[in-house]
Design a protein around this ligand. Structure first.
Ligand SMILES: *Cc1c(COP(=O)(O)O)cnc(C)c1O
Length: 226
């Protein structure tokens, strides 16, 4: 099946209000253009250098989503154009993003990443860290970041009950933050959850944004980085 057909097929299974982020990491720009040619505008990347070179090569009406683990020293390269940073997993990172965004007079939208999976390796905030951050005067002084919602990754497993519970947990976190900290902020509305293997479950549990790579572009082949 072609990339165009894959996108059409996925969109047919998604309620219209759910945003499809096409995760194009490791894929060459001609494949992104195939998706673009059938109207896909939101793309997700997880490496700063790769994101910047694709941004430079491709049409400027693309929305670039950064979905990886962002290192402080690389923030400045994506800040001028990034649409949404999904993986804010520390207050320190949020402050660093704010500082760089101020340099270019932008307000950068960010999602707070929560650790919802059983695996130890996945990055994310805890609820305690988050409430301490949101209650702090320092957080309230940040003028160049906007928290648009939450993001999380479920455990990579065939156990669909576990995956469902983890997504439901993220929805609970979202609801709590919404009512306690962002009740009047219409922009706090996103729940970024669901990937190729689990997005249908994520949608049932309240996802507003799915990040789908291999189902659209095929399996990724990783080469050693030199
Ligand atoms: C790679 C990646 C995806 C897409 O994964 P697929 O299984 O290929 O759909 C989604 N989210 C994040 C954070 C990723 O790193």
């Amino acid at each position: 099946m072609s990339i165009a057909e894959k996108i059409k097929e996925i969109k047919a299974t998604l309620p219209a209000i759910i945003k499809l982020v096409a995760v194009s990491k490791t894929k060459p720009v001609d494949l992104l253009m195939e998706a673009y040619s059938v109207g896909q505008r939101a793309f997700g990347e997880n490496k700063v250098q790769e994101l910047v070179s694709k941004y430079e090569a491709l049409p400027k009406d693309i929305e670039w989503h950064f979905i990886g683990h962002l290192q402080s020293n690389k923030i400045k390269y994506i800040i001028p154009f990034v649409h949404l940073i999904h993986g804010v997993d520390s207050f320190k990172l949020l402050k660093a993003i704010d500082k760089e965004a101020e340099q270019v007079s932008r307000i950068v939208h960010c999602l707070l990443q929560f650790h919802i999976a059983e695996e130890e390796t996945k990055f994310g905030l805890s609820m305690d860290e988050t409430t301490a951050m949101l209650n702090s005067t320092e957080f309230k002084s940040l003028k160049h970041v906007k928290i648009s919602g939450v993001m999380g990754m479920a455990t990579y497993t065939d156990d669909t009950n576990l995956v469902r519970n983890e997504f439901a947990h993220l929805k609970t976190i979202f609801d709590r933050l919404k009512s306690e900290y962002f009740p009047l902020e219409a922009e706090f509305k996103e729940i970024s959850m669901g990937m190729s293997g689990d997005y249908l479950i994520a949608v049932q549990e309240g996802s507003t944004m799915v990040r789908i790579g291999s189902t659209i572009f095929g399996e990724r082949i990783y080469t050693l980085r030199t």
